[in-house]
Ligand binder design. Structure first.
Ligand code: MN
Length: 344
């Protein structure tokens, strides 16, 4: 028997507006390995709350990836350490969790926040699991980015969007749509982007800051990853495998691998793509993509991860060879669910 679908809590901006009005001290956070959407949504919400005279801190499980260092000129991002943040967390009225709806994806910070007395508001566009994380949810699976939802929230309150907020929201949409290429690049995402541009934002400048700024290590690692990519399951699955040795030899950071999986996804004829990266702690970070027929969210969920139907991720136990085997077995099951394509 398949489980009953869980009703998705649609955004009730009035309820969130009431909660925000009453509160003074805010903490904003997003998932581990923060991406452009989480970080952009945080910046926009941070700038909005500041403009309302609120005491607001962005505290994340991980530091800002170097690619997004330019956001630091606009907002202030903190990386969680228990000693430094205990007092901050203890006096918060509201915790706003962006781009994720489960504490597990916030590591130790999530564990601490789950014991906080603060009200929790979750704004997200990932498949929803009713897990009681938040007091108030705004989940919209059709939103291209969480930053787009935060923008729509602020506009629903008839508040002006200033250049800092606009930058955050645009970075959210730009990165979560893969520069307006993915299936979520709908009219609504373009409309919001157009509104942000009409506020004076420079799309080329932001594109260059996010994508035109690769470290040499990233490009060299990409070259090696592409020349060693593996074609598996009769051509249905492409794997990019990044061993610790490769990462270290190129001096690459985990954040340098962002987007590699989307390049591999362009290979014709495959159903899905997986990137496996061996972390310093021996665990294997994976990013998964589907070309449309299979659900990589279902695969990621098997390993305690998640995401969207066509783009997901999870962290697997090492060693690398075993993780490759487990992932391929999960891909094989998922492909079998949908039947194989006719040959030729
Ligand atoms: Mn997102």
């Amino acid at each position: 028997m398949s489980p009953q679908p869980i009703p998705v809590p649609e955004p009730d901006w009035n309820a969130i507006g009431d909660a925000f009005r009453e509160a003074r001290r805010f903490l904003i956070t997003t998932h581990v390995n923060p991406d452009g959407d989480g970080l952009g949504a945080e910046l926009g919400l941070w700038a909005y709350l500041k403009s309302r005279g609120k005491d607001v801190r962005i505290v994340n499980p991980d530091p800002l990836p170097p690619r997004y260092a330019f956001l630091e000129e606009l907002g202030h991002y903190e990386s969680y350490t228990p000693a430094e943040h205990e007092a901050v967390i203890a006096d918060r009225d509201i915790v706003v969790v962006l781009d994720i709806s489960k504490w597990e994806r916030l590591d130790g910070l999530g564990e601490r926040l789950s014991r906080s007395d603060a009200r929790t508001v979750c704004i997200d566009h990932h498949p929803f699991e009713a897990n009681g994380m938040a007091d108030l949810y705004a989940v919209d699976l059709k939103a291209a980015a969480t930053g787009q939802l935060v923008y729509e929230m602020i506009r629903a309150w008839n508040h002006e969007v200033d250049p800092v907020m606009a930058t955050g929201f645009y970075v959210s949409i730009l990165t979560d749509t893969g520069s307006f290429r993915f299936s979520n690049s709908d009219a609504r995402a373009h409309r919001v982007a157009a509104e942000l541009i009409s506020l004076g934002l420079d799309p080329n400048d932001l594109y260059e800051k996010v994508y035109g700024n690769s470290s040499l290590a990233r490009i060299r690692l990409l070259g090696e990853a592409l020349s060693t990519l593996r074609v598996e399951l009769e051509g249905n699955v492409i794997l990019l495998v990044l061993s610790r040795e490769m990462m270290d030899r190129h001096g690459a950071l985990a954040s340098d691998t962002e987007g590699f999986v989307d390049i591999a996804r362009t290979v014709q004829g495959s159903e899905g793509v997986g990137l496996l990266m061996e972390r310093a702690d021996g665990k294997i970070k994976t990013s998964l993509r589907s070309k449309g027929r299979i659900s990589v969210n279902r695969i990621a969920t098997r390993f305690g991860g998640g995401g969207h139907e066509l783009a997901s991720g999870a962290t697997l136990e090492g060693p690398l060879d075993e993780a490759i085997g487990s992932l391929l077995a999960a891909f094989a099951d998922e492909i079998a669910r949908h039947g194989t394509r006719p040959a030729g």
